[in-house]
Design a protein around this ligand. Structure first.
Ligand SMILES: Cc1cc2nc3c(=O)[nH]c(=O)nc-3n(C[C@H](O)[C@H](O)[C@H](O)COP(=O)(O)O)c2cc1C
Length: 192
């Protein structure tokens, strides 16, 4: 059997991002569990705000097509999102909107969401850890007919969540991340 490939997408571009940091820890745990992991930054996939006129005139931007193909080359995708005003940042929603418009030859539009497994996590400095952004992201991905695993992690007080070795300090957080990783791998393997 070929190696299980997981793509990790942090939903923040910010230097020192709490979500990029959590994505890095999740990528480490996924690799420890045997997955082949690719962690990207959306800074390498810049996209204009979705505009149907722009799509009609110029087609889907190449960065959306490239990101869709990168997703298609993996069995599972982990999105680690910040919470902005109780929802996902525009960056995350806009990226999903564009990718959902990509239609390569011999595919239906948005097929990349239907054919693979998604996991979601968030990090925030407050006590909810971005849980409302996760509810919004789960709804968005479900609307794209994605399989979203039940386990998720909302990392609360994320600016103080790590020890000096960059491991999650709180046992419940560490176990939550491990459970998410295990479930993402299990469900992705079943759908391979
Ligand atoms: C426009 C805006 C709205 C925000 N709204 C929320 C919110 O609703 N809930 C929350 O937990 N944090 C909120 N925050 C704080 C972010 O969680 C915090 O800035 C976090 O560090 C962003 O993620 P990052 O570190 O990965 O960039 C907001 C931040 C911004 C800039």
């Amino acid at each position: 059997m070929s190696a299980l490939k997981i793509l990790v997408i942090p939903g923040s571009l910010r230097t020192g991002s709490l979500n990029v940091r959590l994505a890095a820890v999740a990528a480490y745990e996924l690799a420890q569990a045997g997955a082949e992991v690719t962690r990207i930054s959306l800074v390498d996939f810049p996209l204009p705000i979705y505009d149907g006129d722009l799509q009609a005139k110029s087609g889907v931007p190449k960065h959306a097509a490239n990101l869709k193909r990168m997703m298609a080359a993996h069995h599972g995708v982990l999105i680690v999102t910040p919470e902005y005003n109780s929802s996902v940042p525009a960056l995350v929603k806009n990226t999903i909107d564009w990718v959902s418009r990509v239609q390569d030859a011999h595919e239906t539009r948005g097929q990349v969401f239907r054919d693979r497994v998604f996991a979601i996590a968030s990090a925030s400095g407050n006590r909810l850890g971005g849980a409302r952004a996760l509810a919004a992201l789960r709804l968005i991905l479900s609307a794209c007919h994605a399989t979203v695993i039940p386990n998720q992690l909302a990392l609360a007080f994320a600016d103080d969540a790590y020890d000096e070795m960059d491991r999650l300090k709180n046992a419940a957080d560490a176990e939550g991340l491990k459970a998410l990783v295990r479930q993402l791998i299990d469900v992705s393997q079943r759908m391979m």
